[in-house]
Ligand binder design. Structure first.
Ligand SMILES: *[C@@H]1O[C@H](CO)[C@@H](O)[C@H](O)[C@H]1NC(C)=O
Ligand SMILES: *[C@@H]1O[C@H](CO)[C@@H](O)[C@H](O)[C@H]1NC(C)=O
Ligand SMILES: *[C@@H]1O[C@H](CO)[C@@H](O)[C@H](O)[C@H]1NC(C)=O
Ligand SMILES: *[C@@H]1O[C@H](CO)[C@@H](O)[C@H](O)[C@H]1NC(C)=O
Ligand SMILES: *[C@@H]1O[C@H](CO)[C@@H](O)[C@H](O)[C@H]1NC(C)=O
Length: 439
């Protein structure tokens, strides 16, 4: 996968930035760009019939209707040298009708015409004839692309400095490269927003490299990171047709909707389990503790890849996860971690309210329980805390109003809290111990 930067061409042409600058407020790329690019399948040897048949397939397979729009010809489209007028021009063997005609064809399908160049002296062309890059020709090239009706530029970084000359080397698209890409993402998470998106590079879904669960994981990560979603497989050419299973992944409307959400906020890494069994190639019985993501309960969980919905979930959600697979959940009507609303989490039995699945992040006797009453009351409340580790409950007293007690919880979600009271309890709140670090 090549490292690349995307720009969207506006009427004013191309802006080159060496360090992060405020985005152009030009109304473009308000959500991450979606489309198709020739590189991942065809490398730097594109030709007109490849681009045209894939553009048509984008339309015929219903992908265009889901938002995939820009059709971009990657490296290998140019002739090695500029014209006498100093302009980039196409390889006439591969594009006999010319690049503007290719743009016209793509536009005739109501799709966007994407072009490719490089910020260095040469384009990325591993082993093929050298082709001139855009360095010192930026304005000319932006004008040329605009003349041809291009709407998107993929702008690579090969040969942009001495140190980067070798950067064009194509790394093998293996499973670990998915993690390399996603590991590089967290520092950029905060920059995502309308007009500016972290580009994790083109998708490998459909290239027969990954299993179905791996393709789901890859597509999910790109989508929630708010990366452009650029299909990189052969949708259709003389020899190849994308598989139904890969197409179903690329067409998952829920995942696309997360990526295209108008708020434009990217996810960030919350917690990493270094001993995650799924990396060892077997399916696991996954139990996701919602408090690890800052949430205690959800009125509704949509389990996207398993295509099911659960309601009134408290503390944890369990599901079998295939090797290298992903649990992608959309939660609605949530409460913050530590807050157990009585109407969702409490069970009444004559004078007692029971809260099950109370979460402990670790074994500790330093949790604080706060009881939030709906109205005034001067009653004493007896609190019993049960955990699977002890046969007898811990008993503490809480007094009137909003009251606190120190309680003991076990790690996990097997703790139960019982309140003996006839007062109306709105919610209980359980705060974890404050960690102390001894250096
Ligand atoms: C275009 O590329 C395809 C796929 O690599 C190839 O089969 C075909 O021969 C190429 N056409 C030309 C004109 O090079
Ligand atoms: C056109 O592209 C083909 C395939 O990459 C290459 O072999 C050929 O040398 C190119 N022609 C020119 C004039 O660059
Ligand atoms: C292609 O560019 C590289 C890097 O500048 C250079 O070392 C090489 O000699 C060039 N090859 C040709 C045929 O111009
Ligand atoms: C995302 O997480 C990384 C690593 O934990 C951190 O450096 C970065 O500041 C976070 N970004 C945001 C926007 O929270
Ligand atoms: C306590 O309960 C009242 C309703 O009785 C509610 O408005 C308030 O938000 C609750 N406070 C907390 C911290 O849960």
């Amino acid at each position: 996968m090549l490292q690349s930067m995307w720009s969207i061409l506006g009427a004013a042409g191309l802006a080159i930035a060496a360090r992060p600058v405020k985005r152009l407020d030009n109304g473009l790329a308000l959500t991450p760009p979606m489309g198709w690019n020739s590189y991942n399948h065809y490398t730097c040897v594109p030709n007109a019939s490849i681009i045209e048949s894939n553009a048509k397939a984008l339309k015929d397979l219903g992908l265009a209707d889901l938002g995939y729009y820009y059709v971009t010809t990657d490296c290998g489209w140019t002739s090695p040298y500029r014209t006498k007028a100093g302009k980039l021009t196409w390889n006439e063997t591969m594009f006999p009708d010319g690049f503007p005609a290719l743009g016209d064809y793509i536009h005739s399908l109501d799709l966007g015409f994407g072009v490719y160049s490089d910020s260095g002296t040469l384009m990325c062309m591993a082993g093929l004839p050298n082709q001139t890059g855009s360095l010192y020709h930026e304005e000319t090239d932006a004008d040329t692309f605009a003349e041809w009706g291009a709407g998107l530029l993929k702008y690579d970084n090969c040969y942009s400095s001495k140190a980067r000359v070798q950067d064009y080397a194509r790394s093998a698209p293996e499973w670990r490269t998915i993690w390399r890409q996603i590991n590089q993402f967290p520092p950029s998470a905060g920059y995502a927003g309308p007009g500016q998106w972290p580009d994790l590079d083109m998708l490998e879904v459909g290239n027969n490299i990954f299993t179905e669960p791996e393709e789901q994981t890859h597509f999910s990560l790109w989508a929630i990171a708010k990366s452009p979603l650029t299909i990189g497989c052969a949708l259709k050419d003389t020899f190849t047709t994308a598989s139904d299973s890969s197409l179903a992944i690329l067409k998952n409307a829920d995942v696309i909707a997360i990526n295209q959400d108008s708020l434009g906020k990217a996810v960030n890494l919350t917690r990493r389990y270094t001993n995650a069994q799924s990396t060892f190639g077997q399916s696991i019985n996954g139990k996701l503790f919602l408090p690890d993501a800052g949430i205690q309960s959800a009125g509704r969980i949509k389990d996207i890849w398993n295509d099911k919905t659960a309601t009134d979930i408290v503390t944890s959600y369990s599901q079998t996860i295939a090797a290298h697979g992903t649990l992608l959940l959309e939660l609605a009507d949530t409460t913050p971690a530590g807050t157990y609303k009585t109407d969702r989490c409490g069970h009444f039995t004559g004078g007692t309210i029971t809260y099950k699945h109370v979460y402990g992040i670790t074994d500790s006797d330093e949790y604080t329980l706060t009881v939030n009453l709906s109205g005034a009351s001067d009653q004493k409340i007896t609190v019993e805390v049960w955990s699977s580790a002890s046969s007898n409950p811990q008993k503490v007293q809480a007094s009137s109003g909003t009251t606190s007690a120190q309680i003991t919880l076990q790690a996990g979600d097997t703790n139960t809290i019982t309140l003996k009271t006839s007062a109306k309890v709105d919610s209980i709140e359980v705060s974890p111990p404050i960690g102390k670090f001894y250096g």
